[in-house]
Design a protein around this ligand. Structure first.
Ligand SMILES: [Ca+2]
Ligand SMILES: [Ca+2]
Ligand SMILES: [Ca+2]
Length: 385
């Protein structure tokens, strides 16, 4: 080594010698925290560290403590050693391997929640702030829970857990929710070769940004939905059923905009709200105005300076003893001019086009045309109640 090169090496060493970090986080989790699927091999913790250092202009350490395939019960056995170095926060993203176990009938969501709470309580008892995270959605080719029924049931309860315990929540499910983001699995996931559902580099970057937003208190998440009734599966309910949808605002100090939050029954804003700015229960119960079938939706936004807005359909439910006439496309038990207006919006559309709606294709032949209009006309001005 020439003296010049030796000097350069010494400078490099000095430059990279770790001065004490102003902030230290422990990224605790499974393969998603390990970074499996990230072709650069670093995963979200290193990416998060970079974002935080740039934003705070200070040294930050995001220490990775993760084991691929780990379930929350296994995590409990190593949480103490993971907390050994101390820190400002425990970033707790666990549970997706438990979902696989639940789908095989070997575990309950309640147990997973208790484990997550115990992990968080252990951190608290050692002076480290626990920060919950939901788990990411699974792609259609996942070998278990590819419809995300169990995953969503779990993440809705994690939202409640964070609310009840007054802990921060990083909602990575919401950040990657295929209902709010187009082509999620194509853009942010490894793809067909991976049947577990790991993110790719872009996915890990998005996860890192989602963590950073919460830690830096930048609100980029709209209110999110909790465990709602009657639930995500299509069921028949009595007309006097009480529809109940809790929504949470996990990150914003300013909270939910209650005036702009509502249940949607067949597209109409209805119901009452009860709660506070962090959790709001949206409730509707009225057999007289509920109609003959219910498309349950929710619309909400937070009070961030640039409000984060959310609107989505949660489920479609038949009502006991009520029948939908062909042509009653808004499900209010009558076929009238309002149905005609709705019908006209889809007229001419074929299956696969954005304007095509299944409920307007009355004879289900893949095109909304004169034949469907004839069916509507046949029932015009008739009522089913
Ligand atoms: Ca928000
Ligand atoms: Ca109607
Ligand atoms: Ca048709």
């Amino acid at each position: 080594m020439t003296p010049r090169v030796a000097l350069a090496a010494a400078v490099l060493l000095l430059g990279s010698s770790p001065s004490p970090a102003a902030l230290r986080y422990i990224a605790f989790g499974d393969s998603i925290t390990v970074g499996v699927g990230d072709s650069t091999g670093v995963g979200y913790p290193k990416r998060l560290e970079k974002i935080l250092e740039a934003a705070l202009d200070d040294n930050v350490q995001v220490f990775k403590s993760a084991i691929s395939g780990e379930e929350t019960s296994e995590a409990l056995s190593r949480i103490n050693s993971a907390l050994g170095g101390g820190g400002d926060g425990l970033l707790l993203m666990e549970g997706t391997n438990d979902v696989t176990r639940i789908s095989e009938g070997g575990l309950s969501i309640e147990t997973v929640l208790r484990n997550l709470d115990n992990l968080a309580l252990t951190a608290q008892s050692r002076g480290v702030e626990p920060i919950h995270a939901t788990v990411i959605p699974r792609p259609q080719n996942a070998f278990r829970d590819s419809d995300n029924i169990i995953t969503e049931a779990l993440i809705r309860e994690i939202r409640e857990l964070a609310y009840v315990r007054k802990r921060k929540l990083v909602d990575v499910f919401e950040a990657l929710d295929p209902q709010s983001l187009e082509d999620v699995f194509k853009t942010y996931y490894v793809g067909a070769a991976d049947r577990v559902g790991h993110p790719n580099q872009e996915g890990y970057q998005l996860i890192a940004e989602t963590f950073a937003d919460v830690l830096l208190e930048v609100d980029t998440t709209p209110p999110v939905v909790g465990t709602f009734f009657p639930g995500p599966l299509p069921v028949e309910v009595p007309p006097d059923f009480e529809f109940r949808v809790p929504i949470y605002e996990p990150t914003s100090a300013s909270g939910i905009d209650q005036k702009r939050s509502s249940l949607l029954i067949n597209g109409r804003e209805v119901g009452e709200t009860e709660g506070n700015r962090r959790k709001l229960d949206l409730v509707f119960q009225d057999p007289d105005t509920v109609g003959c079938r219910v498309v349950l939706g929710v619309r909400s936004q937070d009070r961030a300076e640039l409000p984060n807005v959310m609107e989505r359909v949660l489920g479609v439910y038949a009502l006991t003893g009520r029948k939908v006439l062909p042509g009653d496309v808004d499900f209010d038990c009558r076929v009238d001019g309002f149905d005609l207006i709705t019908f006209a919006r889809g007229f001419g559309a074929e299956l696969g086009e954005p304007r095509y709606q299944r409920r307007l294709d009355l004879n289900i032949d893949g095109v909304i045309d004169g034949d469907d209009l004839a069916l509507l006309a046949k029932n015009f001005s008739r009522s089913s109640r």
